[in-house]
Design a protein around this ligand. Structure first.
Ligand code: PXL
Length: 270
C-alpha cells in the first residue's frame, strides 16, 4: 500500500512568521487531509508588520530538492508561489515541464498585501513566457492581474477581458481574485474563466479584519489539495473559497499587526 496516500507539493518561499508562503501551504495541506511537501526557492524574514529581509536559494539546491521528490514520491498536484527572479523561474520551469507532478496551480506572487515585493519586475516576462504555458490554473490577485495583463481593472468587463488576455498567454484556466479594501462594504468577487470557455463569478462577504496574511497561498493550496483528492476544478475552487473564507472569519490572535488566517479550520464546517 506504499505511495497510496494523496501527495501534493508546493514550490515557493518560506515566511518566518508562519503566516504565508510554504508554511501556509503546508498547514493548508494538512487541514485538507493530504500529504504536503515543499521545495524551497527563497526565504523571507518577516513578521506580522511586514517583510524585512529576503534570501534566494541557489539553482542547484532547488534542482536537488525537486529531484529528490521525483525520485521517491507520486505527486498528484502542485503549486508555485514566490519565485523571486527570472533565474529561479527558469530553473523551476525546466524541472516541471515533464509534467510529473500532475495538476499545476501557478500563484503569480508579485507583491504582498502590505506592499513588499516578492518578484522582481524583470521576471514578469519570464513568468509569462516560461511558466504560464505549463500552468493548469493561474490565481492572480487584482493587482497581479493588472500587472500581467497590462489592463487597468476598474469594471467587471475589464476583469473578464483581462482573464481572456491571460488565458491566451498559455494557462488553461484563470482565477482573478477580487479586490477587497477596507472602505468597501460590497462582497469580494472572484472571476473564473475555465478551459472550455465557461466562466463564473464567486462572491463572498468581505470580512473586516487585519488578519489576512496568507490568504492567497491558502486559496491556491486548497485548490491543489482538492484537485489531488479528485474534485473537478470548479468544485475545488468553490471549496477553496469557502475554506479560505472560514479561515479569515474565524480569527486567531497571533502577532500584533497583520496576523495570519486560521488554518485549524476543519473540513466539516465548510
Ligand atoms: O502571501 C504571499 C507570500 C508568498 N510567499 C512568501 C511570503 C508571502 C507573503 O508574505 O512571505 C514567502
Amino acid at each position: 500500500m506504499m505511495n497510496e496516500f494523496t501527495q501534493v507539493l508546493t514550490i515557493g518561499g518560506s515566511d518566518s512568521d508562519g503566516s504565508a508562503g510554504i508554511q501556509a501551504d503546508l498547514k493548508t495541506f494538512q487541514a485538507n487531509n493530504v500529504y504536503g511537501m515543499s521545495v524551497l526557492t527563497a526565504a523571507v524574514a518577516g513578521n506580522s508588520y511586514g517583510i524585512h529581509d529576503q534570501m534566494l536559494m541557489p539553482k542547484s539546491f532547488i534542482e536537488n530538492q525537486i529531484k529528490d521528490i521525483k525520485d521517491d514520491f507520486k505527486v498528484s498536484a502542485f503549486k508555485t508561489g514566490m519565485l523571486s527572479d527570472s533565474n529561479t523561474i527558469k530553473t523551476v520551469a525546466k524541472q516541471i515541464e515533464d509534467k510529473q507532478f500532475g495538476f499545476f496551480v501557478l500563484d503569480p506572487v508579485i507583491i504582498t498585501k502590505h506592499g513588499d515585493m516578492l518578484l522582481e519586475q524583470e521576471a514578469y516576462k519570464t513568468l509569462i513566457e516560461d511558466l504560464f504555458p505549463l500552468a493548469d490554473l493561474i490565481t492572480p490577485n487584482y493587482y497581479e492581474a493588472q500587472k500581467l495583463s497590462g489592463l487597468e481593472l476598474n469594471s467587471k468587463d475589464e476583469i473578464i477581458n483581462a482573464a481572456k488576455i491571460l488565458q491566451e498567454l498559455g494557462p488553461k484556466n484563470v482565477l482573478i481574485k477580487g479586490k477587497h479594501s477596507k472602505n468597501e462594504t460590497t462582497d469580494v468577487e472572484d472571476y473564473v474563466l475555465l478551459e472550455d470557455g465557461t466562466s463564473f463569478w464567486f462572491s463572498q462577504p468581505f470580512v473586516d479584519t487585519e488578519h489576512i496574511n496568507g490568504t492567497g497561498d491558502t486559496l491556491s493550496s486548497t485548490i491543489v489539495a482538492q484537485v489531488a483528492l479528485g474534485k473537478n476544478l470548479k468544485e475545488s475552487i468553490e471549496y477553496a473559497k469557502k475554506f479560505t473564507y472560514q479561515a479569515i472569519k474565524n480569527v486567531i490572535d497571533v502577532g500584533h499587526k497583520y496576523g495570519p488566517i486560521n488554518h485549524f479550520i476543519k473540513n466539516d464546517i465548510i
